[in-house]
Design a binder for this molecule. Structure first.
Ligand code: HEC
Ligand code: HEC
Length: 329
């Protein structure tokens, strides 16, 4: 109520200024529509034409990736594991703050620090096939790549960064916090074990085509150096999305501290091994751009691998901002 009253007074004031002089620019706040959470389109609105069929095939690939292009895929055998894109890009990349594709297509080609190169949308899709899926890249002109990129384009077609929010992730507030894998184990046993299992290997469906609960570590899970392997990023995904279908944006189950702790427990290489990148592979060749929570040296700053992985990140962040550089995360 109080805000409305203040707004009313402001409007009155602006109006009276306006009558005296028409040089007063219209206040921005009045032009801007409310920021709303983007809602992805519905496949039932797609026509049964070439485009509609292509987008729907793309969606099926995101949802049942392993069935089509997994280790025993019916179309090709690109992936090295049986995870699917939707295991991380929730609801086929349409969930607000659930690693969705809302603003993806519009922002590529773009410079990517990890590869130290300009990547197209297709290159970025292949990144996820090579890293979390430990796979071989799809051919850029394949029907499958075309379908996936078309689907990603369609999901974000009406997304307007000026008007909408909800893209990708909402970050946890890690200021002054440090992640502790030991405390994270307790969180895991209490909040995650029922689905992802005590050994973190999750559970397959009866047909063996898809995980009902995907693995969080071990050789069947995502690779070292994947984005989910970074503690701040993983904690941000976990806080607003896990436990699955229980945690929400408004009512997360975990605190920032618990999300960071459990992300540290999952990603701690000294307790939970996972596939390694190909020998000779170099991430962030330009070390100035290395994210503050990346697990492996060399770093531009003097902080250790352990500090980068588990924080606290405030001093690390300060090192970069003091130099006028971006502290990536
Ligand atoms: C283990 C989890 C995981 C899996 C499985 C996975 N991804 Fe990703 N993907 C991520 C994370 C994390 C990011 C980084 C998002 C960020 O930086 O905010 C990402 C980023 C992307 C992006 C870039 C989005 C953007 O807007 O910049 C695309 C496109 C993408 N993934 C496609 C795919 C596709 C297609 C598959 C399946 C073949 C897949 N991913 C499987 C975790 C995963
Ligand atoms: C009620 C069951 C359930 C619980 C409890 C649960 N998850 Fe999940 N989790 C899922 C499902 C299902 C997916 C895959 C989503 C999909 O495919 O739609 C998933 C996906 C994930 C992923 C991304 C995929 C991967 O394998 O890396 C991470 C990370 C994750 N969960 C972490 C956690 C953590 C940490 C907890 C505890 C705080 C937790 N989950 C609790 C069901 C659950």
């Amino acid at each position: 109520m109080k805000q409305y009253f203040i707004l009313f007074i402001n409007l009155l004031f602006l109006y009276s200024c306006d009558t005296r002089s028409n040089k007063v620019p219209a206040p921005k706040v009045l032009e801007k529509p409310l920021v709303e959470i983007y809602k992805a389109p519905d496949t039932s609105d797609l026509k049964d034409d070439e485009w509609g069929r292509q987008v729907k095939y793309g969606r099926r690939l995101i949802e049942n990736t392993s069935y089509y292009i997994g280790p025993e895929g019916i179309v090709s055998k690109n992936l090295g594991n049986k995870m699917t894109c939707t295991n991380c890009h929730l609801n086929n990349g349409t969930k607000p703050f659930g690693l969705n594709f809302f603003n993806s297509h519009k922002t590529y080609p773009q410079y990517r620090a990890r590869e130290n190169a300009i990547l197209t949308m297709s290159d970025r899709v292949n990144n996820c096939i090579e890293r979390p899926h430990s796979g071989k890249p799809l051919k850029l002109d394949s029907k499958e790549m075309n379908a996936i990129v078309s689907y990603i384009k369609w999901v974000g077609e009406k997304y307007d960064p000026e008007k909408h929010q909800g893209y990708s992730l909402k970050y946890v507030d890690y200021e002054r916090l440090q992640a502790d894998p030991k405390r994270g184990e307790a969180v895991y046993l209490k909040q995650c074990k029922t689905c992802h299992q005590e050994d973190g290997q999750g559970e397959m469906n009866v047909e063996g085509t898809k995980y009902t609960y995907p693995p969080l570590w071990g050789l069947k899970s995502y690779q070292e150096g994947s984005s989910m392997h970074r503690v701040i990023k993983a904690a941000s995904f976990i806080k607003y999305n896990m436990p699955d279908k229980i945690a929400t944006l408004e009512k997360p189950v975990l605190t920032d501290q618990e999300a960071l702790d459990v992300a540290a427990f999952i990603n701690d290489g000294s307790i939970h091994p996972r596939p390694k990148a190909k020998p000779g592979h170099v991430d962030y060749a330009n070390i100035k751009t290395k994210p503050i929570d990346y697990f492996k040296a060399p770093y531009l700053d003097g902080f250790s691998e352990k500090e980068h992985m588990f924080g606290p990140w405030d001093e690390i962040e300060k090192f970069y901002t003091d130099k006028g550089l971006k502290a990536n995360k």
